[in-house]
Each structure stands twice: as structure tokens, then as C-alpha cells.
Design a protein around this ligand. Structure first.
Ligand SMILES: [Zn+2]
Length: 322
């Protein structure tokens, strides 16, 4: 892509995951594949659920993110935000504990210095251990934010999350929340943008990022971005929206949410089988250029993420800002 659209420096992918079965349990993959099975059955096609899940799990072998870095290089993606949600409380077939996953993400940061930031989550229902582990991630591992997965069974405005938000304010790091549907064995109802409104009001020093805003609750996400100074949204999953005629979800979001609040994201490895990262970026640019001019694109492709994540802003606690 050209320098004018990108701004100074490369693109930032603000939403991706390590493509590894060490962090993504089989039951989660199975929950997603059930929709494919339902479609196959409706069309009278053979439906081999176990085989499909096996194949998907076999592809989750990029434990150290080496393949992701290759594709980032190919695409001009300078750095990526790796998100680690904690499924270990609600899906009990995870290979590792969440503490072990934290450690492996620390090693990914070391292996590919400068190419990743990590936002990690701990299910708040693990109690005091959860908060201590999250704090260790910020203090000792250099993680840069909290990743929450409400479909696991909690809402963004649950009081048990407030101590986490206080830590995020102290460390000046953002909170990213999955919004909308996900694997069919998890609850969709908890993952509504409206539940973010109250914590965003109560924690003005914390930036909240609504994930997948181009795919579900698009109007509500755009409204919160426009009227809550500390609410942002990422476009990850726009590939799904692009399967609909004209990529309506993405186009709608780009029209109605302010450009200084939106973040480019690919949700790697979810759409890995459809295209390489470079093609996902081109797909996004093709749709975005129909709606936005160059300066707005620069904000979305890099500058908004740089404001939220770059060193200097989040390197140490800053109680004065809370
Ligand atoms: Zn994701």
C-alpha cells in the first residue's frame, strides 16, 4: 500500500491472536463449526463435525507467531496487538492455565521485539488470583491492556471488573471487549455495547475498545464512539461483513463513527483460510477508500493505535491521570 494512506511508519493491526491451540480450546473451535454443520445439513451436504474440528485444530500451530510475522512483513504491518482472552474459567478443556498462557505471550514479545503488544485477560471469577495475575502481566511482562470476553458469562458493567479498570487507569492502558456473537456454545447476550456505557462513564481515564464493531450492533458502537470520549471501536471481522453485499456493516461504521475512534484489525487467524494478511488489508482499503479520505484512513490504519499503545504512554503507573 502507498505511503500516503499509511502515514509515517507501517500499518497497525489492532486485533489479532496467536494462532495456537495452546490458547484456543477445542470446544471453542467446535462451537464455531456447528454453524457450518447446520448450513451443510440444510444444503444436504455431508457434515463431518469431528473431522472439521480436527482440521481446524491442526492449523493452530503457529505457537511463536513466526508465520504471523512473515505475513505482517509481506503486508507492511509494522506491529500487531495480540489479544489473549481467558477461556479457562468457562471452557474447561484448555491445554494450559491462564498463567501459563501469560508466560508464553511474554516469550512471544521477547522473540519478536517491537512487533507486538499484548492485551491479556483473566476471567474475573477466578477472584483475587485473577487481579494479581493481570497486574503481573502489566508490571513484569510488559503487557499493554486488558482483553475481556463477556460471552464467557460476565458483563462489562459487572462490579467484579472495576478493580481491573482501576488498574488500567493506573497503568494508562486500554480495555478491549469482544462484542456480539461468537462460538455457539457461549452466551451472546452479555456482549452488548450498552453494557460498556456505565464503566466508560465511571472510568474516564480508561479507553474502552469495542471489538468487531462492523459486524454487530454497528449503530450502538458508532454512537458510543461519537459521544463517549474514551470509547473506541475496531473493525476486525469486517471480512465477515464484506461477504454481505457491499460490506454494509463496515461502510456503515466508517460513515457514522468518527475516524479518530476507529482501529484497523484483522482478527488473525480467524480468516486465515480465506486470504493472507496482505489481501485482508487490501480488501479493507478497497472498501474504506469509497467512504473516507486519506487523513481519516491514516488515523484508522495507524495513528489511533499509536496513541493508545505506543511506549511512553503506558510504561509506568501514572496515578495523577486517574
Ligand atoms: Zn478476535
Amino acid at each position: 500500500m502507498d505511503e500516503a494512506s499509511r502515514g509515517q511508519g507501517g500499518v497497525v493491526d489492532a486485533h489479532a491472536h496467536a494462532a495456537s491451540h495452546r490458547f484456543i480450546p477445542r470446544s471453542f473451535v467446535d462451537g464455531g463449526i456447528r454453524n457450518i454443520i447446520a448450513m451443510h445439513e440444510a444444503l444436504g451436504l455431508p457434515a463431518h463435525r469431528e473431522r472439521l474440528v480436527d482440521r481446524a485444530m491442526e492449523r493452530l500451530e503457529d505457537h511463536d507467531c513466526d508465520e504471523l510475522v512473515r505475513q505482517m512483513d509481506e503486508s507492511g504491518i509494522e506491529w500487531t496487538v495480540l489479544l489473549l482472552p481467558d477461556f479457562t474459567y468457562c471452557l474447561r478443556d484448555c491445554e494450559l492455565t491462564i498463567a501459563e498462557m501469560f508466560e508464553l505471550h511474554r516469550r512471544i514479545l521477547e522473540r519478536h521485539a517491537g512487533r507486538f503488544h499484548v492485551m491479556a485477560g483473566v476471567d474475573p471469577r477466578w477472584g483475587r488470583d485473577a487481579l494479581a495475575l493481570f497486574e503481573r502481566g502489566l508490571k513484569e511482562y510488559g503487557f499493554r491492556g486488558l482483553k475481556l470476553y463477556p460471552p464467557c458469562g460476565y458483563r462489562a458493567d459487572d462490579r467484579c471488573l472495576y478493580p481491573f479498570y482501576e488498574l488500567c487507569a493506573e497503568w494508562n492502558v486500554p480495555v478491549l471487549l469482544h462484542m456480539g456473537p461468537t462460538a455457539s456454545n457461549l452466551s451472546f447476550e452479555y456482549a452488548r455495547p450498552g453494557f460498556v456505557d456505565e464503566p466508560a462513564r465511571l472510568f474516564p481515564a480508561v479507553n474502552f475498545i469495542l471489538a468487531h464493531a462492523a459486524t454487530a450492533y454497528v449503530d450502538e458502537c458508532a454512537m458510543l464512539c461519537a459521544f463517549r470520549p474514551n470509547v473506541y471501536a475496531d473493525v476486525s471481522g469486517f471480512q465477515e461483513a464484506s461477504r454481505n453485499p457491499g460490506g454494509q456493516g463496515l461502510t456503515h461504521l466508517l460513515r457514522f463513527a468518527p475516524a479518530h475512534k476507529l482501529l484497523f484489525g484483522t482478527d488473525w487467524p480467524v480468516f486465515r483460510e480465506d486470504a493472507r494478511q496482505v489481501e485482508h488489508l487490501e480488501l479493507f482499503l478497497g472498501m474504506a477508500r469509497e467512504v473516507l479520505a486519506g487523513p481519516s484512513l491514516k488515523l484508522i490504519l495507524r495513528e489511533n493505535a499509536a496513541r493508545l499503545f505506543l511506549p511512553g504512554r503506558a510504561s509506568r503507573p501514572s496515578l495523577a491521570r486517574t
